[in-house]
Design a protein around this ligand. Structure first.
Ligand code: ADP
Ligand code: GN1
Ligand code: MG
Length: 371
């Protein structure tokens, strides 16, 4: 995506804010995909300012942004109804769409950029690392609840925003092709990583094979359950609102579990260059397992629970492979802020996979406690 120009940003702000006085847009958050801005609407003396999140969607990745926004409207509509029925606050516990001046849930500028806007959910924090085990437990409950509240959502209404998103088998094929093509001439320097990935093709196949045999239920899942995709209430420190709904699609419960583990149960940042700092924390693994199973509210089958450690391994392996593929292809998918960042991200994931292999028995034992 070409960088957003100041004029494009100002035009987009006008489309969602009209003539109201704003602070302009300031880059916000640490997502790897969309361009996110925080906009403050000044309300005058004594009146609290209103804050909005404005995003330019990444249309190279999400090629059907109109259908994507239709998904978000439907999913948040369903969630709002459920949250209200349960006595919650639908304005804080899920996203709301701010409509553009023409009444559409998005605005397209002259350069074909697609913009959308949400009210900023105030008094919340989004964490890149859990500060306490309780934070991580709370995020697990929130993602589990999310899956439970969508368990009766009509899946056939959902557009597949990224086909084969967690089809690890297909990701493996793309990885092999990227190695063979080596368009940036980077493969020679990263042979160890290539060998590591190639040696674990069984991990790429495990869920696809079981699905083909009809052994796994397809559910409506989030598919991008990073810790920073849940907002925590800054006063109560409870998991409040699951955000980043671009990839809500039919998927596997174990993958939602696993993606959270690979990001949030790591003892280091996702792009930590010093691998001696990277491992999968079994204390964090345990609290997440407890919170996720509780949040899902009895909806998971025994088999799904049993496969949670495999979900962690598959998602970590898949993500490592995706970062690696992007590194080989010239860093065009995940935003990078420095050279080699995608390679560092890949290496942390592979280190986590190796660590999970060492701790495999412990992971199984932990999960058995909650069956
Ligand atoms: P990306 O797909 O790039 O990760 P996200 O939708 O996750 O984009 O947004 C990036 C970050 O912006 C989030 O991690 C969160 O910190 C913040 N954010 C997004 N939406 C809201 C919101 N409605 N209220 C408060 N913060 C938000
Ligand atoms: C991206 O959008 P964000 O930053 O929450 C990616 C996820 C990866 C993650 C790795 C649509 O998530 O699949 O797991 O980066 N989202 C998309 O940090 O590809
Ligand atoms: Mg995000």
């Amino acid at each position: 995506m070409k960088p957003v120009t100041q004029t494009q940003l100002e035009n987009a702000i006008k489309q969602f804010c009209g003539d109201q006085k704003t602070s302009g847009g300031v880059n916000y958050g640490s997502g790897h995909i969309n361009d996110t801005y925080r906009i403050v609407l000044e309300r005058g003396e004594g009146v609290p300012a209103e804050i909005l999140i404005l995003q330019r969607m990444n249309t190279e990745i999400f090629t059907e942004p109109i259908l994507l926004m239709e998904n978000i409207a439907n999913v948040t509509g369903h969630l709002k109804k459920k949250i209200a029925e349960n006595g919650g606050d639908p304005k804080r516990e899920t996203l709301s769409i701010v409509y553009a001046q023409d009444g559409k849930p998005y605005y397209v500028d002259e350069a074909e950029n697609f913009w959308r806007c949400y009210p900023f959910i105030a008094d919340t924090i989004s964490l890149d690392r859990a500060e306490t085990t309780e934070d991580f437990y709370q995020s697990a409950v929130a993602f589990g609840n999310f899956q439970r509240l969508l368990s009766d959502f009509p899946a056939e209404q959902l557009h597949e925003t990224i086909p084969h998103f967690h089809d690890t088998k297909a990701r493996f094929e793309v990885f092999k092709k990227a190695v063979a093509e080596d368009i940036c001439g980077r493969a020679a320097g990263v042979k160890e990583e290539i060998e590591f990935i190639l040696a674990r093709e069984d991990v790429a196949n495990v869920f696809g094979d079981m699905q083909a045999k009809g052994e796994l239920p397809l559910r409506v899942t989030h598919n991008d359950t990073k810790l920073n995709n849940v907002l925590m209430d800054s006063k109560t420190r409870k998991g409040l609102c699951v955000i980043d709904l671009d990839t809500v699609m039919p998927g596997l419960a174990m993958n939602d579990f696993g993606d959270s583990i690979r990001f949030g149960a790591s003892t280091a940042d996702e792009d930590e260059p010093d691998l001696s700092k990277v491992s999968c924390d079994m204390g964090l693994f345990e609290v997440y397992t407890k919170g996720f199973i509780e949040g899902c509210g009895g909806k998971l089958t025994e088999k799904e629970i049993e496969l949670l450690p495999m979900g962690a391994k598959v998602m970590t392996y898949e993500c490592g492979m995706r970062f690696f593929t992007d590194y080989l292809q010239g860093d065009t998918y995940f935003k990078i802020h420095r050279e080699g960042q995608n390679l560092d991200r890949c290496r942390t994931q592979l280190k986590l996979v190796a660590d999970m292999e060492k701790k495999w028995e412990t992971m199984q034992e932990i999960v058995r406690k909650f069956k």
